[in-house]
Structures are given as C-alpha cells and as structure tokens.
Design a protein around this ligand. Structure first.
Ligand code: SF4
Length: 191
C-alpha cells in the first residue's frame, strides 16, 4: 500500500482520539462550570513543580498566549481554586498554587480520561510499550518541526542513553522497558 495512504489513515485515527479527548474534557468542565483549558491548568498545577506554576511557563506548556493563560488564571483565582504565591526568584511575577477546593476538583476531574484508559487496557503490556515508544517518536518529530513546543520525554533528556534497542536512564542508573519510558518526567534535563 502507498505510504501516503497509510499516513492518512494514521492521521485520521489520531484525530479521532483527539476528538474523544476533547469531548471527555468538555463534559467534565461543564460539571464544574469552568472551561476545558481551566481544568487542564488545574490538573497541571497538581502534578508539576511549584516553581513552574507561573503564567509564562504555563503559556509555553499549553501553546497559548500569556494573555489567554492570564485570563484563565484570573477566573481560577476568583473561584478560589487557585491562590497567588510570591515568586521567590522574581518579585515582579507570581506563582499559583491549588487551594483545597481546587484539589478536590482535580481529584474528580483527573478521572476524565478513565474511558480512554479502559480502552488502552485492551492492549497487552508489550503492545502498550511499543505504542508508547512510537507515540513519543511522533511527538519528538513534531517538536523538531516546532509544532509542539515543550516536552519532557526520555528521548530529549540529557540522562537518556540508547543502547541498541534498549533504553537507559543515567540518573536512576536503570534500564528502562518501553513501558517505563517517561513522557512528562519531573527530573527531565534538556540536552
Ligand atoms: S531523568 Fe526522566 S526523562 Fe530523563 S532519562 Fe531518566 S526517566 Fe527519562
């Protein structure tokens, strides 16, 4: 079969999955009367380093303008889901932190991908590993073309080493199975 035809089918498949993700996120955000991006910002705040939770970093992370992120943050502050914190490294900017109310929403909202998770569970462990690795290669290529701006994956990490088909993390000094490759690692260090 012609390569272009296969590529189109894969692209269509990815588009359908992306649509499912948007629908699930939209349904969830309606429950809390906030926008899908605001839900994603709250979830991000729960799972990432405190020093990164500032407008500029969030804008880069979500490929949005600072003004858009700033507007969303204002809503979340007003709804008392986030609170402002002094940025010890720069007194001209501020950091945000989840409030107890925000944490409660994150706990419930994080489950919004459960339908996708259940579907992924139809794959075997080996299939999941291969899928994850291929997904990362695709993300890597998109990053190289400046379409996806940030990534904290093993493939772009200073600590990552590839030996043949094997992966190794120099930081934890451990061989990584395909399923152990990280896609958003807090210890990631740019090359
Ligand atoms: S530090 Fe994290 S991203 Fe880097 S190689 Fe190790 S596991 Fe992968």
């Amino acid at each position: 079969m012609e390569a272009g035809v296969v590529n189109r089918k894969i692209t269509q498949g990815l588009e359908r999955i992306s649509k499912a993700f948007r629908v699930l996120l939209w349904e969830e955000s309606k429950l809390y009367k906030i926008s899908p991006i605001q839900i994603q910002l709250l979830i991000f705040c729960d799972t990432h380093k405190k020093e990164n939770l500032k407008v500029g970093f969030l804008a880069t992370e979500f490929d949005l303008t600072k003004a858009t992120v700033s507007d969303s943050i204002k809503v979340l502050l007003k709804k008392e889901l986030l609170v402002k914190k002094v940025n010890p490294k720069d007194s001209r900017s501020f950091l945000v932190e989840l409030t107890a109310k925000g944490k409660k929403i994150v706990k419930k909202a994080s489950l919004f991908t459960s339908a996708l998770n259940e579907s992924i569970d139809y794959l075997s462990e080996i299939e999941k590993g291969v899928f994850l690795k291929q997904l990362m290669q695709l993300i890597y290529q998109l990053n190289q073309k400046n379409i996806i701006s940030t990534q904290r994956m093993c493939l772009t990490c200073y600590h990552y080493k590839k030996e043949g088909n094997n992966h190794y993390c120099n930081l934890i000094q451990k061989e990584l199975k395909n399923t152990e490759l990280e896609i958003d690692c807090l210890e990631h260090k740019e090359l």
